[in-house]
Ligand binder design. Structure first.
Ligand SMILES: Cc1cc2nc3c(=O)[nH]c(=O)nc-3n(C[C@H](O)[C@H](O)[C@H](O)COP(=O)(O)O)c2cc1C
Length: 176
């Protein structure tokens, strides 16, 4: 797969085959995701892979649309971030006026890299932002000092969605 196909071909997949994803493949995806850039190379993203009954319990807390996705996916990734690293000085003060928003920026970059890596391995993903993080954290043990950032469904795709319409380059780019 060339880089253009990787960037253009990745889609949010919401229907999955029942086929299991091996631990070996999952580890390869996480290794590729680890090459994402991050604030001072802090690498704050972590990935908790949830399957079986635990996944069912998390799924039960979601709104119906996301519940259907997660029920059909063999793996649910809970993407967490190690707190107070991106955008912070060593003494705990903020480095910039954006304060702790670099945490979210880094997590977003890492999440996309995870999805692109999965796509390169023939897997589908969809990032989900609509969930109650307190409810999810009451079910899945989140390590001290980490916060849940996003949920990512993962599995072999059972659909080939069309790309939703993109804005034009003229809408996106300003040259001054
Ligand atoms: C931060 C974020 C949150 C999202 N939350 C959801 C969600 O809760 N449920 C869902 O089905 N898709 C969700 N999506 C997927 C978007 O709808 C999808 O990326 C967008 O429509 C573009 O489609 P594409 O990913 O196939 O290019 C989310 C995507 C992002 C980046």
């Amino acid at each position: 797969m060339d880089a253009k196909e990787l960037l253009v071909g990745r889609r949010s997949v919401r229907k999955y085959k029942a086929d299991a994803v091996s631990e070996e493949v999952l580890r390869e995806v996480v290794e590729l995701a680890s090459f994402a850039p991050s604030w001072k190379n802090t690498q704050i993203s972590r990935y908790i892979a949830v399957t079986g009954e635990l996944k069912d319990k998390v799924s039960a807390t979601l709104m119906e649309h996301n519940q259907n996705i997660v029920n059909g996916a063999p793996i649910l990734i809970i993407q967490t971030d190690v707190e107070k690293r991106s955008g912070f000085e060593r003494d705990g003060s903020f480095s910039t006026k954006k304060e702790d928003r670099w945490q979210n920026y880094d997590a977003g970059i890492a999440g996309l890299q995870f999805c692109l890596a999965a796509y390169e391995k023939g897997l589908g993903t969809v990032i989900m932002g609509i969930f109650d993080e307190d409810e999810v954290a009451s079910i899945v043990d989140i390590p001290e000092g980490q916060k849940i950032m996003a949920l990512i469904a993962l599995g072999y795709p059972d659909e080939e969605p069309q790309a939703p319409k993109r804005k034009s380059v003229d809408d996106l780019l300003t040259i001054k």
